[in-house]
Design a protein around this ligand. Sequence first.
Ligand SMILES: Cc1cc2nc3c(=O)[nH]c(=O)nc-3n(C[C@H](O)[C@H](O)[C@H](O)COP(=O)(O)OP(=O)(O)OC[C@H]3O[C@@H](n4cnc5c(N)ncnc54)[C@H](O)[C@@H]3O)c2cc1C
Ligand code: HEM
Length: 402
Amino acid sequence: MISTVSRPYIDASVPVLKVHGLAITRHFYASLFKAHPELQNLFNMGNQANGTQQQSLAAAVFAYAANIDNAAALAPVIERIVHKHASLGITSSHYPIVGRHLLGAIQTVLGDAATPPLMAAWDEAYWLLAGELIAAEARLYQQAGVQAGEWMTVQVKAVQQESDDVVSYTLQTPQGTSPGAFKPGQYISVVVQLGKLRQLRQYSLSDSPDKATWRISVKREAVTNDTPAGQVSNWLHANIKAGDHLQISPAFGDFTPPLDLATPIVLISAGIGITPMVSILNTLTQRHPTRPVVFIHAARNGQHHALQGDLDAARAVHHRLRVVVCYESPLPTDTLGQTYHHAGRLDLAQALQEADMDGDFYLCGPIGFMQTQWQSLLAAKVHASRIHREVFGPELLNLLPS
Ligand SMILES: Cc1cc2nc3c(=O)[nH]c(=O)nc-3n(C[C@H](O)[C@H](O)[C@H](O)COP(=O)(O)OP(=O)(O)OC[C@H]3O[C@@H](n4cnc5c(N)ncnc54)[C@H](O)[C@@H]3O)c2cc1C
Ligand code: HEM
């Protein structure tokens, strides 16, 4: 708990810091990477370039400070951060470095307003949060049986084209065994060396943990008129073949539904957001084939619908599974009623049935898609505590209701 001396300084400065949030994060990253260029190997430089990460770390510190006495509001935020940090191999020795540059950035941006008692209050708040993160990350490393920052080497057993732009990589240890246990919905970090820069990206495991291999399914982020090609996804597609080796983290992530309930589970995804959902579906099919499952997926059309084979296989054996597929712009080769069920954008009111409403809802897809579905579920009187989400990028805390 923050001290009574520091509390008023934090309360008074949170709104001011939020206004200057972007300037503070810019200063923070510039000074951090100048003093520690090696940390560029740890951060996602794609997110640095597109600006999403710049809003995330400082926003979390300010959100924490603003809610410092509201543990219930903070718990899910902290949970997500520590899983992400653990997948990146963040160690306790990184925290003094980040703290120094974050506090330095606050001081620079606030100028004369950054009085010694105000800076002491922020030092206290940073270390309160850092202490919680360090302890939780240590627990995760211990559970995974690894040292912070220890990578596993796996061999790519197979490479499979799943759709126009998605490729699956099946992974096993060099001895031919499973890389280990995981919970469906979790992800790994993949390590890639791009010239001098090492980059890490997270990929959800896309099959059941009961298999003897792990599988990830990677969408190639193509160049567009406005954005450059994604670095790691393109590198993987262009370079990784069966027999190659990859360095990966153990599995982490808190998007892990309890599987052994009797109530319906509703999995709602769009595009590449299908990956954790298929892992959850395949595990349910094997372990809990009597649980009602609704699998709702939105894709552009059949050529952009990855992992269709998994859906067909699950449908053949899971008799309480209902699949609803929605193609925004179906092709002449797509068959209404067979490969897809609705044309146009997903309308949850159309896809859901009365019995589904007692269930838990899991969302994964682009931010705009998740916001729309979130609002539809709330409008259908689903309680927010029964809606769960995975974001394939830095969680932008202000973009989604919590
Ligand atoms: C928990 C989690 C699970 C995930 N699971 C999966 C999964 O199962 N499958 C999957 O395919 N992906 C998944 N992702 C996403 C994945 O981690 C990568 O973000 C994705 O592959 C893109 O990485 P990249 O290196 O190819 O793109 P990056 O190089 O990181 O670029 C990311 C985006 O930023 C844009 N960008 C880059 N530079 C600029 C610039 N200067 N200006 C504007 N825009 C720019 C790029 O065009 C691209 O669209 C997951 C992410 C998370 C966090
Ligand atoms: C109190 C301190 C810290 C806070 C509040 C914090 C907060 C966050 C948040 C909110 C994210 C985004 C999580 C998401 O994906 O949703 C994140 C990611 C990350 N953090 Fe931290 N963090 C802290 C300390 C550190 C430290 C010490 C390091 C080590 C250098 C670090 C490195 C990273 C990296 C590399 C990412 C991934 C960013 C990316 O994708 O580029 N963080 N952190």
